[in-house]
Ligand binder design. Structure first.
Ligand code: PMP
Length: 427
């Protein structure tokens, strides 16, 4: 049993000593003291089904014993910055990670977060091309440092620092986008940015395959191949931000970009890669990687033994437990069941996503697509009271984000849908 400080005591300390910008979803924030596989437990031992572990980086399930064992064994052996010495943990994980990527994507740079990974990717694109302009998509999230905040395209996440050299293309959003699912029209905008906003040469293009923070928006089918072609003609590199969609989450493939049939020049990742430990990576080709030999590129803890030992264990668990297959089978089932819920509840405007990266958008008017901002908060609170944790996002904050650990079962999916059904009925 838990004998630590009460939720009220923690809340008091948080208010006094932690950032005033921290937020939480519930009127009474939960005090979570333990996690096991797809479940979280509060201080009273109450169990919650965690359908939003994806945001918190967990793919194998909370505290997976294989990952815990790998980390603790390594922590007892050596934890250091391994940039200066040889150590097998970083080399073994780099090799295993590279084997998961297509084509010539074989050189790995480790970082501590997704932000750092994207900063590095943008830096490499600029160095390699000698150009400066980056194109990213409206509604994207790429991080919170100067460069990545520039690439992020939602005002909620931006402070008014100078953000030069980033152009935001019209979002190829099939549900709310100006051109519906018409990939060609959206790509025309990328072409026009290049022609009317740059010298005609760009450093690169960065995008998620499924926008996570943006509210589980799958970019229109056919968009990425055309956008990549357009950007490459202007000399730019194509960066796939796989921080949320990567690591088997989309089910049908290991990486989100693969669902669009493209091969990027640079891939960035974080979150799921370490099942909860701070770890990120950039993978690129040997030729592009060469640009970082012009100066020293040093990252004290990027690829440290503890995190890379954990990362290798994650890859093994994904394979051993066939979690990608599970994300595909159970994710497809869950999406079907959510579509069923849409027929019953007028407030559900859209159900979308792939595998275990699913979104349910709430609107008060299906024709006008008016965001149901208040309603979603009430529904989340009801769901929490019934033992289910779910996320929300999107520019209007009206989209349920369903990104469970990849070990989520069909029974969990049924329970989730029943609870959402009751919560929406109560509105
Ligand atoms: N890219 C994407 C797609 C993300 O969702 C996030 C985090 N929400 C990041 C980058 C930044 O990752 P981090 O918070 O680890 O810096």
């Amino acid at each position: 049993p838990y004998d630590g400080p009460s939720a009220a005591e923690i809340a008091r300390k948080r208010a006094e000593y932690l950032s005033p910008s921290l937020f939480h979803f519930y009127s009474k924030p939960l005090n979570i003291v333990e996690g096991k596989r797809q479940y979280l437990y509060d201080e009273h031992g109450r169990r919650y089904l965690d359908a939003f572990a994806g945001i918190a980086t967990v793919c194998c399930g909370h505290c997976h014993p294989d990952v815990v064992d790998a980390i603790t064994a390594q922590a007892g052996r050596l934890q250091h910055s391994t940039v200066l010495y040889l150590n097998h943990a970083i080399a073994d994980f780099a090799e295993a990670l590279a084997s998961k990527l297509p084509g010539d994507l074989k050189v790995v740079f480790f970082t501590n977060s997704g932000t750092e990974a994207n900063e590095l990717a943008i830096l490499m694109a600029r160095l390699y091309t000698g150009s400066h302009d980056i194109i990213s998509l409206r509604n994207s999230y790429h991080g919170n440092a100067a460069g990545t905040m520039g690439a992020t395209a939602q005002k909620n996440w931006k402070f008014n620092v100078i953000q030069t050299g980033v152009h935001h293309a019209v979002n190829p959003d099939p549900y709310r986008g100006a051109f519906g699912s018409d990939a060609e029209k959206y790509v025309r905008d990328v072409q026009e940015i290049i022609e009317f906003g740059t010298t005609g040469q760009v450093a690169g293009f960065i995008s998620e395959a499924i926008q996570g923070v943006g509210g589980i928006v799958e970019v229109s089918p056919g968009y990425l191949p055309l956008a990549y072609e357009t950007v490459r003609k202007a000399g730019g590199l194509c960066i796939a931000d796989e921080v949320q969609a990567g690591f088997a989450r989309v089910g049908s493939h290991f990486w989100g970009f693969e669902t669009h049939g493209v091969v990027p020049d640079i891939v960035t990742m974080a979150k799921g890669i370490g099942n909860g430990i701070p770890l990120g990576a950039v993978v690129t080709t040997p030729e592009i990687a060469q640009v970082l030999t012009r100066r020293c590129y040093f990252n004290t803890f990027g690829g440290n033994p503890l995190c890379t030992a954990g990362g290798l264990a994650v890859l093994k668990v994904l394979e051993k437990e066939k979690l990608q297959e599970n994300a595909f089978v159970v994710g497809s089932y869950l999406k079907d069941r959510l579509r069923g819920l849409q027929e019953k509840h007028e407030i559900i405007g859209d159900v979308r996503g792939t595998g275990f990266m699913l979104g349910v958008e709430l609107v008060t008017d299906r024709q006008l697509k008016t965001p149901a901002k208040e309603e979603i908060c009430h529904a989340m609170e009801h769901m929490k009271d019934m033992g289910v944790l779910v996320g929300k996002g999107g520019f209007y904050g009206n989209v349920f984000r369903i990104t469970p650990p990849l070990c989520f079962t069909k029974e969990d999916a049924d329970f989730f849908v029943e609870v959402m059904d009751v919560a929406l009925s109560k509105l």
